[in-house]
Design a protein. Sequence first.
Length: 66
Amino acid sequence: MNTAVADKHVPYVIEWREGFKIGIAQVDQEHRHLFSLVRALNLDSVQHTVEELLDYVVTHFSNEQS
Ligand SMILES: [Fe+2]
């Protein structure tokens, strides 16, 4: 584990990979944003970040289905 990850208290690394792309720009961007939200978790702001993540997941699933 590198120092930057350890400093954020992330117990494991969650990284976007190009192989996750599905070729729909909006959906790919939303997936990248979901990863960035998960990576933003830290012990000081976890509750706010989880609430933002849950809100964004609901929006994303709605957009993805349409
Ligand atoms: Fe998705």
